[in-house]
Design a protein around this ligand. Sequence first.
Ligand SMILES: Cc1ncc(COP(=O)(O)O)c(C=O)c1O
Length: 379
Amino acid sequence: MNVPLLDLSHQHQPIHDDIANAISQVVDSNAFVLGEEVSKLEEQIADYCEVDFAIGVSSGTDALLISLMAIGVGPGDEVITTPYTFFATAGCIARLGAKPVFVDIDPVTYNIDPEKIEDKITPKTKAILPVHLYGQCADSADILNTAKKHNLYVVEDAAQAIGSQYRDGRKAGNLGDLGCFSFFPTKNLGCFGDGGMVVTNHPEMNERVRVLRVHGSKPKYYHQLIGGNFRLDSIQAAVLNVKFPCLEDWNRQRQENAHRYETLFNECGLIKAQKVQLPQAAYSGLEVPNYHTYNQFVIRVSDRDALRGFLLENGIGTEIYYPFPLHLQKCFHYLGHKAGDFPEAEIAAKSTLALPIFPGLKPEQQEYIVQQINLFLAG
Ligand SMILES: Cc1ncc(COP(=O)(O)O)c(C=O)c1O
C-alpha cells in the first residue's frame, strides 16, 4: 500500500470545476492583482477569525514581515520567539535588522514555553512572536499577560493554524495584536502557489499593513512609508474563495483522523509501552482543550530516522518538522548559540515525525501505517 504524506486530490477533485470556473473568470476579467476576489476573501477570513480586519498578502512569510514592519521592528530591537519552527518566523525578524531572541519550547505541545519568556525580556524587546505549531495554539494567556506587563506587541505566527482555537474559544490570529496566516498549498486552506493574510483588530495596524503592502504608497505614487510588493494575486484569492467553505469540514476530518490514530496506537499497546507519544490537544491539567486543527500530526518516537526509513520502504510518506532547530542554523551563528542552549527544541528535532493526516485519508491506510510502525517498534 502507498500512503503519501499529503494527497490534495481528495480535497480538489469534488470542487475541481468550481475552481476552474473561478480561475477562468479572473482570466476574463483581465484584473490579476488584489481586486474583488481578494476583498471577498479578506471579508470571509475576518468574519471567520472574528477579527475586524484582514489584509491579503503574498505569502505567510510576507504576512510576518509586514506585521513586524507595521509595529516598527528594526535595528536594535529584540523579538522573542521559538527556535522550533519554520525558518520564516525568525528569518523575518533578522531581515529587519532586529535580533531573534529564542526561548525553549514546552515538550508536550512543542510551542514556546511561556514560563521562560520573562527572563529574556530586556529594554530592547519590542514584541513576542509565538507560533501555533502544527495547528495548536501556543499557551496564549500567559504570553499575553507577560506582553501586557512589559508593554510588548504580540504577533502570532498562525501560518499552520487557520481555524484553530485557543482554550478560551478565541480563534488563532485573534489573540495578539496581529495574526499571520499562510496559504501555501500544504496548509489546511491552501492556494495554488503562494499567499497569506494578516488579521488585526487595530484600525491603525490595518491601515499601516494596507499601505506597506503597496510600497508604502498612499495616494498612489506618494510614499509615506517604505513598504514592499506584498500583494495577493486575484487567481490565488479566487481559488481560496472556492475552497474556503470546505475548511471547517476538512479541519473536522483531520480531527477525526487524529482520533483514529489515537485509538489505533492505544489498541496496539505502543502508547502504554511508551514507544510512541501522541500529540496532546490539551495542556496538562486543563479541562478545556485547545481546538487543534492538525495541520500536522506529529508523534515522538525513539529511533526516529530508522523508523522513517522503514516506513518509506513500505510506501508510507512522512516528514520531519523540523530536523535542525533555528538557534543552531549556520546563518544564526552570529547570535552565539551552541548545542544544549534549548534542550527541548533539540530533543524534539531528533525525535518527532509527522504522519499522513490529510482529509480523505482512509481508515485502512491509517491501520496500515500504525501496523507498520508497530512492526518496526515492537520488533
Ligand atoms: C510556522 C510557519 N511560519 C511561516 C511560514 C511561511 O509561510 P509561507 O510558506 O506561506 O511563506 C510557514 C510555512 O510553512 C510556517 O509553517
